[in-house]
Design a protein. Structure first.
Length: 289
């Protein structure tokens, strides 16, 4: 009887390992396939004019204005969502942990985390774009600022969740030791716990930025797009994802090549951010032995 149970468990374990290994292999195959297609098609259009000419030149142009617009909106979005996200995550971990309020906030944050980005874009369109257009009599409507707000709503729940979990990973003995020395709660949070969890928090911020870099849907309803070089956040602003979307809908093969180059730029940017996050996490890893 015992032998039969052992054999059955061993067979189930082998089957589970084979299925999980097969699933991982299938995922890797598709990932490598996507990366190979992106690199192969993107390298052919990756030249100097991609970074020096604007989209107004169409198939003779590049993505200079889209690159600048993406950087402006991503940095504005990060400036909005990073401080709020870190503060909210700190509140959840240190002041609302194991409370009903904290549970409600975490639940709402999870809903925002899984919300479709196009819904957030429509939300910002209603509460930002339309009121700005009415207040300025049409002088300001779609804008880089509205796009940054939409992107900030996407990155906010990622940073909140990361900060919350990184602070909860700090051992309770560290809190007890600091409080036993008479350190007030605010100083414990800012000078002890934040220092212990800073590597994980920075990693979460970088990963949130990587997610923002490829968002298209919310920018269609907020920043709209612009064929010229614009740095003013109150003007319509181009971005790489929107330029890719527009070029792939055009029958011109030359524009398709520029779209592939833009996709390669976003892929390399996300890869660079992921590598920086891993390097920072490894270099500033804190042990609590």
């Amino acid at each position: 009887m015992a032998v039969d149970v052992y054999v059955r468990r061993r067979a189930i374990n082998v089957a589970a390992m084979l299925l999980s290994g097969l699933a991982a292999a299938v995922g890797l195959v598709f990932l490598i396939w996507i990366l190979w297609i992106t690199v192969k098609n993107g390298l052919s259009a990756l030249d100097l004019k991609l970074f020096t000419r604007i989209t107004a030149y169409a198939d003779e142009g590049g993505l200079a204005n889209a690159i600048v617009g993406s950087l402006v909106m991503d940095m504005l979005a990060l400036a909005i969502c990073a401080p709020i996200g870190v503060l909210a995550g700190t509140f959840l971990a240190e002041y609302a942990n194991r409370t009903k309020l904290g549970a409600v906030i975490r639940f709402l944050n999870d809903i925002l985390l899984s919300a479709p980005s196009i819904v957030l874009g429509l939300f910002v369109y209603v509460i930002v774009v339309l009121p700005m257009s009415n207040l300025t009599h049409g002088a300001v409507s779609f804008s880089g600022l509205a796009g940054a707000i939409a992107l900030a709503l996407i990155g906010l729940p990622v940073i909140v969740r990361t900060t919350d979990e990184m602070l909860q990973l700090v051992p309770g003995t560290l809190r007890e030791a600091a409080l036993s020395l008479g350190i007030p709660q605010w100083k414990l949070t800012t000078q002890v716990l934040m220092r212990a969890a800073i590597s994980g928090i920075v990693t979460g911020v970088l990963l949130a930025l990587a997610r923002l870099a490829g968002e298209t849907a919310p920018l269609l309803f907020t920043a709209f797009g612009n064929n010229f070089m614009v740095a003013n956040p109150l003007d319509k602003m181009a971005s790489i994802p929107v330029a890719i979307y527009q070029y792939t809908n055009d029958p011109n093969p030359a524009l398709h090549a520029i779209a592939w180059a833009g996709a390669l730029l976003i892929t390399l940017f996300v890869l660079l951010l992921s590598l920086c996050a891993r390097w920072y996490l490894h270099r500033h890893r804190v042990t609590h032995d």
